[in-house]
Design a protein around this ligand. Structure first.
Ligand SMILES: N[C@@H](CCC(=O)N[C@@H](CS)C(=O)NCC(=O)O)C(=O)O
Length: 232
């Protein structure tokens, strides 16, 4: 049984996508980041970056004590290795999946995240910052579109690379991107959206959407974090 510390954001969806696809039993422990629950000392003890998602595996494969993992890329790798699913065993297939997984973690996620921040959340609309991240998101969509030309999925069969990228393409309109400009990406996006596991994963999110993530109060909690004001 996996405990998933989760809130319905793109990084949270990556892990429900995996768990639903792999059929691994799990329980969701909501971490309401708009209410500051990521600063709960019990959560910080295993997720010291005050970010979700994180997992606790109470039945690790070595039979030892529970294992906790934070960072969505590390969680996907951990779960893929535990279940022997969605990560090829051969050296070439594995290198291919991991390079695209890290491409998402280091590129698409952070750039699209800044795109959301400056385009949607920032109280002051700064054209330079908006253009910078809309353009960079656009460039990354182009990279992924070219990668998907003649390929069903990003790296071989459906893998953790696809699960990492998909939730960051879901908000493409908010990122000011038009999927019609990226036909391979659009085809891939639609195919993943239709997978029953994707539908189940996103259905979880509905239970936690009762209040908006960004309010005046949550803005104070989420933005303007420094080393000093996040130390617990
Ligand atoms: N690199 C991290 C990023 C996780 C992350 O940014 N999580 C956000 C929500 S998408 C969060 O928990 N934010 C809480 C906060 O900013 O205090 C990962 O991929 O797991």
């Amino acid at each position: 049984m996996i405990e998933l510390y989760y809130w319905p954001t793109p990084n949270g969806h990556k892990i429900t996508l995996f768990l639903e696809e792999a059929g691994v039993p799990y329980t969701i422990k909501p971490v309401d980041i708009s209410a500051g629950e990521q600063f709960d000392p019990a959560f910080l003890a295993f997720s010291p970056n005050n970010r979700m998602p994180a997992i606790i595996d109470r039945a690790p494969s070595d039979g030892g004590e529970a294992v906790s993992v934070f960072e969505s890329g590390a969680i996907l790798l951990y779960l893929a290795e535990k279940t022997d699913k969605f990560l090829p065993a051969d050296v070439r297939g594995r290198a291919s999946v991991t390079e695209w997984l890290f491409w998402q973690m280091g590129g698409l996620g952070p750039m699209a995240g800044q795109n959301h921040h400056f385009g949607t959340y920032a109280p002051e609309k700064i054209p330079y910052a908006i253009d910078r991240y809309v353009n960079e998101t656009n460039r990354l969509y182009g990279v992924l579109d070219r990668r998907l030309a003649g390929r069903e999925f990003i790296a071989g069969d459906y893998s953790i690379a696809d699960m990492a990228c998909y939730p960051w393409i879901v908000p493409h309109e908010r990122q000011r991107q038009n999927l019609d400009d990226f036909p391979n990406l659009k085809r891939w996006f639609r195919a993943i959206a239709e997978r029953p596991a994707t539908v189940r994963a996103y259905a979880h999110a509905e239970s936690y959407k009762s209040r908006p993530t960004i309010t005046e109060e949550s803005r104070k909690i989420l933005f303007g974090q420094t080393a000093r004001n996040t130390a617990r």
